[in-house]
Ligand binder design. Structure first.
Ligand SMILES: Cc1cc2nc3c(=O)[nH]c(=O)nc-3n(C[C@H](O)[C@H](O)[C@H](O)COP(=O)(O)OP(=O)(O)OC[C@H]3O[C@@H](n4cnc5c(N)ncnc54)[C@H](O)[C@@H]3O)c2cc1C
Length: 415
């Protein structure tokens, strides 16, 4: 890091658990964080799935540096082996951390980061680039502002950019016109969204744990309301390929959920449609007609798209990132997490080398660092933060960023 920049704050985009952990770890090392949160509360993305029970216990969900700060405030530390819901994670950890007197003065709620660049340097301009501070365009009810920072940690998550139902990665034909009958993510079927699902035919699409949660809740609702129909569509040739994490899965709650789904399938409570490749969704007589190639599914009232999330990379478009073309994660992290290569949830330890970009001082951390890969755990994210924060301002961080330039020099055009 250039000496002239070290007096500047380190900007953090997003006050989820990872952004807050970054703030706590930066403070511990004597840096000044400046933390921007688009929502009206810290953990705004988690608030959207607050009703879901997490499959990782408290011992995985709390960052050590954050816990040290919280303990100064007589924080009642949650029991390590218990599994919180998203709402409990907020109430018992994220909210008190955001309110902590050392963190709170640096936190700006209702403040969205719109663009990040380097001062007086658009993407193309190289000369003097490494010495230029970052500039963040932020927007809040008070208006727009440019903020100058020595480094940027993008921990803005992925929950706001869900994948489409369309099999080609773009909206299925007709999907964009049907979104009022489609829930992206994990709706609160037994709570705030209940009225939308009572006595309806509902298709859940996706093969991950969000789909399992939705299916489980729909079957519970169907126990009370006989006119419901629960349909499940997966890309795979068989659901046994989907509900299959190993018996010795270190996350017992995840395994328990799978066992529950297996039982519901055996009981015939869920109608399964395999090899689903949705290309068209049409509205007809108030129903959604889903087409997968030549196959038409039974008409449904609602669809739950539990099809995963993707990172919003627009705000980093003026920075020199190096992302894997498939997962959209930092390129050196991708081989460790690519679901085309790995099926398990465990990811090898990784640090600065895997999280750096050709742009020194820029780091994408937390669930956004996994791009489209679905296996992120908070425990991994806290280790990412520790690796990055401990290297900030050291020559090591700059050297690793420069290795990207060296690699690209090898392929320089000779003609
Ligand atoms: C249903 C469900 C269950 C899950 N269960 C688990 C589990 O059991 N264990 C586990 O470890 N993980 C679980 N996860 C993954 C989980 O989402 C994360 O581990 C955690 O929320 C990631 O934290 P994060 O800080 O990286 O991102 P987030 O929590 O998504 O936080 C990102 C923050 O950035 C803000 N933001 C976004 N864009 C901007 C912007 N431009 N400017 C300013 N702020 C912005 C958002 O409002 C948000 O508050 C689950 C996810 C889902 C959807």
């Amino acid at each position: 890091m250039h000496d002239q920049l070290t007096h500047l704050p380190v900007a953090i985009i997003g006050a989820g658990p990872i952004g807050l952990s970054a703030a706590a770890q930066l403070l511990k090392r004597g840096f000044t964080p400046i933390l921007f949160e688009a929502g009206n509360q810290a953990g705004a993305n988690i608030a959207r799935w607050g009703h879901v029970r997490m499959f990782s216990p408290w011992s995985y969900n709390i960052d050590d540096a954050a816990a040290t700060l919280l303990k100064q405030q007589n924080w009642p530390q949650p029991a390590a082996h218990e599994f919180p819901t998203g709402s409990e994670l907020l109430e018992q950890y994220v909210t008190p951390l955001a309110a902590h007197p050392e963190i709170n003065p640096h936190l700006h709620l209702n403040t969205q980061v719109q663009y990040v660049s380097r001062l007086n340097h658009d993407l193309l301009r190289t000369e003097g680039r490494d010495q230029a501070p970052f500039v963040l365009r932020v927007s809040s009810p008070e208006g727009e502002q440019d903020i100058i920072a020595q480094a940027v940690i993008d921990a803005s998550g992925t929950y706001q950019t869900p994948n489409w139902l369309g099999t080609h990665g773009v909206p299925a034909l007709g999907e964009s016109e049907s979104t009022e009958a489609i829930a992206y993510g994990v709706p609160n079927i037994l709570g705030s969204a209940r009225a939308q699902y009572i006595n309806r035919s509902v298709l859940v699409v996706g093969g991950g744990h969000s789909a399992f949660n939705a299916l489980q809740d729909l079957v519970k609702l169907a126990d009370e309301h006989q006119d419901m129909r629960v349909l499940w569509g997966v890309r795979s040739t068989s659901v046994t390929n989907v509900v299959r994490s190993p018996e010795n899965d270190e996350l017992q709650e995840r395994r328990r959920l799978e066992v529950r789904i297996q039982k519901l399938l055996e009981q015939g409570r869920i109608e399964v449609f395999t090899e689903l490749e949705i290309d068209t969704i049409q509205r007809k007589n108030g129903k959604l007609m889903v087409q997968s190639g030549s196959k038409a599914l039974p008409p449904v009232d609602r669809i739950i798209a539990a099809t995963g999330f993707r990172p919003n990379l627009n705000l980093l478009a003026e920075l020199r990132t190096s992302l894997d073309p498939a997962t959209q994660s930092p390129i050196r992290l991708a081989p460790l997490i690519d679901p085309n290569l790995h099926s398990c949830g465990s990811v090898p330890e990784h640090g600065l080398a895997e999280l750096s970009h050709p742009e020194p001082g820029l780091f994408i951390l937390g669930i956004k660092s996994y791009g489209r890969a679905p296996t992120f755990l908070l425990r991994t994210g806290y280790k990412q933060v520790a690796a990055v924060v401990s290297a900030l301002g050291t020559p090591e961080a700059l050297t690793i960023s420069q290795t990207f330039t060296a690699a690209s020099a090898v392929t320089t055009c000779q003609g």
